[in-house]
Design a protein around this ligand. Structure first.
Ligand SMILES: [Ca+2]
Ligand SMILES: [Ca+2]
Ligand SMILES: [Ca+2]
Ligand SMILES: [Ca+2]
Length: 458
């Protein structure tokens, strides 16, 4: 019995099929000739349009590649929750085929932005205030924020319809034209702020119209062009610069073990295991003895650190294994003391502008120390630590990649911002937003460089 039969070529036996194949071939040939004629006769303008379109597609592919590269970097962090040093990964004018990409970042060492030179890096989202957990009092301290807006933000995200003092709930939104409901649920993106009562572009963007964290020419020419800036040589950003939307931290460490809640009952036993593995049994026993009896609880990991008597390095080694949160809740909305700007740190209760400036000054003098929250204890002091500690962290689970790319010869500029969530085993893209419409965001020097490339090709 033959299991397999040689396939017949139906067209070789069937004249009508042969005819169909011929017609298809003719059509394909006709199509190709038409295309050739079309391109042959089209003007150079058409060619330019086509080439820009191709360049734009190549830029889009470069952005996808850059997003995968970012996810890979975040999946392989040397220290979980700590952004890698920019010296260890490609971040500026990175070639991908004929396209090029950049990660638009923020130089957190700058307290006042006077430059048009962008900083290129991935961004820690825990360097910002979480719109879903920050209190109205914290939000009010942001530049351009008013008590009314801060109250409206809290009313927008809280489940109830009770109008907080100066806030806005359904009554206000239903009076608008067009009317809509107050969300009464957590923010899913920072752009949702546009829906909040009395929010306007001036408050959201400030002078940073293209949201790149640097002072572009049009952002420092007064009323000569949009935005209507004050021409004072300083960038005054809007509140989008300072806020994020984060999900709760995971309760499990990357190695699969459950993290230890130093605010929970009876944490000492699981802590002993972690300390033994990290410090050896003798030193672990010292630390455990200092922590106090079985009833001891800590409202923040910073207070836990101070009591433990550990060194900064000892604590940094176990930092990802501990957290502090009431009940069975996971911590959420913590501000990373290693990456937050002075403006954001000043919003944290117990910090204020003076201590925020001291914290950033410490970072500038100790750039290799920025892998733990522990160093902040000394600067905050015993007086401020109990208030500030529970809002602070040295680890982050949310990072963003604001990726700009161009195709060949600097054409086809595109920009997309991705937010990655690291609270699961592998980084997940939590949010993706096309920012191409905001225009060129790579500064003057990169623009001239790309223009030169295009000129040289002619
Ligand atoms: Ca509400
Ligand atoms: Ca700008
Ligand atoms: Ca202007
Ligand atoms: Ca200004």
């Amino acid at each position: 019995m033959r299991l397999f039969r040689a396939p017949r070529n139906p067209a070789s036996r069937n004249p009508s099929a042969r005819g169909s194949a011929l017609i298809i071939t003719l059509w394909v040939a006709f199509g190709l000739v038409s295309l050739a004629l079309y391109f042959g006769n089209s003007s150079s303008l058409d060619l330019r349009v086509a080439s820009n379109l191709t360049a734009s597609m190549e830029a889009a592919h470069a952005i996808d590649g850059a997003a995968r590269y970012a996810a890979l970097l975040l999946a392989r962090l040397d220290q979980p929750g700590v952004l890698p040093d920019i010296k260890t990964y490609q971040h500026e004018a990175v070639p991908v085929g004929d396209a090029t990409f950049w990660y638009i970042g923020r130089d957190d060492r700058q307290s006042q932005i006077t430059t048009d030179l962008p900083h290129f890096a991935l961004v820690d989202e825990a360097s910002k205030l979480d719109l879903n957990t920050a209190t109205a009092a914290m939000l009010e301290l942001l530049p351009r924020m008013t008590p009314q807006l801060a109250a409206a933000i809290v009313d927008w995200r809280d489940a109830d319809s009770d109008i907080s003092e100066q806030g806005a709930e359904d009554e206000t939104y239903l009076r608008r034209n067009p009317s809509y409901h107050c969300k009464n649920a957590p923010f899913e993106s920072i752009d949702e702020l546009r829906m909040v009562y009395e929010m306007d572009p001036d408050i959201l963007y400030g002078e940073d119209l293209n949201r790149n964290g640097i002072l572009d020419v049009n952002e420092n020419d007064g009323t000569a062009s949009l935005p209507l800036d004050d021409r004072n040589g300083l960038l005054d950003p809007g509140i989008l610069e300072y806020v994020t939307v984060a999900s709760p931290e995971p309760l499990t460490a990357t190695n699969g073990t459950r993290r230890i809640n130093v605010q929970g009952a009876g944490f000492a036993q699981s802590l002993a295991t972690v300390l033994n593995a990290s410090l050896g049994s003798s030193r672990a026993n010292d630390v455990l003895a200092r922590l106090g009896g079985p009833g001891t609880r800590f409202n923040s990991v910073l207070e836990f650190f101070v009591r433990s008597g550990m060194t900064l390095d000892e604590f940094a080694a176990i930092e990802a294994d501990v957290y502090s949160a009431p009940g069975n809740n996971a911590p959420t909305g913590l501000v990373n003391v290693n990456t937050a700007s002075e403006v954001v740190l000043a919003c944290v209760p117990g910090i204020g502008t003076q201590l925020a400036s001291s914290l950033v000054a410490y970072r500038q003098s100790n750039p290799s120390r920025l892998n733990t929250v522990a160093w902040a204890a000394e600067i905050l002091g015993a007086q401020n630590l109990p208030r500030a500690g529970r809002f602070l962290t040295g680890r982050s689970y949310h990072f963003s990649a604001d990726i700009a790319a161009v195709g060949p010869l600097g054409r086809g500029y595109r920009r997309t911002r991705f937010v990655f969530d690291l609270s699961a085993a592998a980084p997940r893209i939590r949010y993706r937003q096309d920012l191409t419409d905001l225009g060129w965001a790579l500064g003057k020097a990169a623009r001239l460089q790309q223009q030169q490339l295009a000129m040289n090709s002619r």
